[in-house]
Design a protein around this ligand. Structure first.
Ligand SMILES: *[C@@H]1O[C@H](CO)[C@@H](O)[C@H](O)[C@H]1NC(C)=O
Ligand SMILES: *[C@@H]1O[C@H](CO)[C@@H](O)[C@H](O)[C@H]1NC(C)=O
Ligand SMILES: *[C@@H]1O[C@H](CO)[C@@H](O)[C@H](O)[C@H]1NC(C)=O
Length: 185
């Protein structure tokens, strides 16, 4: 072992900080920019991530995660971030609830791009009076169009007057109540 080898150890210690600069091997650099999405506050300004790190993004206001697309990037073994498809799309919130109809079961989802239309079916006690059922459309300003009231309360028929009494009712449609009043005596 010559004196030269002893001297090379301090030199290596001197170089060590240079080798661990932000772009060190086995690390990914800052997070990629993802359209209409942001990373958690804690990861936003972080310059380096170790291999295997996973970061989940969140859609910006007015955007909602598309079903079936991933929202998480991962730092891969080659020090590159995995790619994400543009998973945040402009979407209306949940469609409006109305007292006379419910959203048709097969329309249940949570991503409604502009021009998406949902169909409604009349609630029990209500019936469509034409062959049209109510629909609502996600408009350009991400609000839903008004749901037309195409379902009307069903009729129970006019209640028959009892013997020695009469019926007092405003109407005879679903939800109505009728009072029965006995004749004097
Ligand atoms: C991401 O966007 C910021 C601000 O718009 C920009 O400064 C930065 O260079 C972008 N990074 C990448 C990797 O495109
Ligand atoms: C929505 O429909 C209208 C009318 O058909 C069309 O002009 C518009 O480009 C559509 N918007 C989107 C985002 O598809
Ligand atoms: C109500 O709508 C359904 C489905 O569109 C239709 O089959 C039915 O004939 C409609 N009822 C009336 C009274 O038009």
């Amino acid at each position: 072992m010559g004196p030269g080898r002893r001297r090379s150890l301090p030199l290596l210690l001197l170089l060590l900080p240079l080798l661990s600069l932000p772009t060190a091997w086995g690390d990914c650099g800052p997070l990629p920019n993802i359209s209409h999405a942001e990373p958690p506050e804690s990861a936003k300004h972080q310059g380096s991530f170790s291999v295997g790190s996973k970061v989940t993004f969140r859609c910006l206001r007015g955007y909602i995660k598309r079903p079936l697309l991933s929202d998480t990037v991962q730092c891969l073994a080659n020090s590159q971030w995995s790619n994400l498809l543009e998973f945040c799309g402009r979407s209306c919130p949940s469609p409006p609830r109305v007292h006379f109809a419910t959203i048709s079961q097969d329309e249940m989802q949570n991503f409604y791009p502009v021009n998406a239309t949902v169909k409604y079916i009349c609630r029990p006690g209500y019936a469509n009076t034409t062959d049209q059922l109510p629909t609502s459309t996600c408009l350009d300003d991400l609000a839903w169009s008004e749901v037309p009231q195409l379902c009307q309360r069903k009729s129970c028929g006019i209640p028959p007057n009892p013997e020695h009494g009469k019926i007092i009712a405003n109407d005879h449609l679903f939800g109505a109540k009728a009072d029965v009043v006995c004749n004097r005596g």
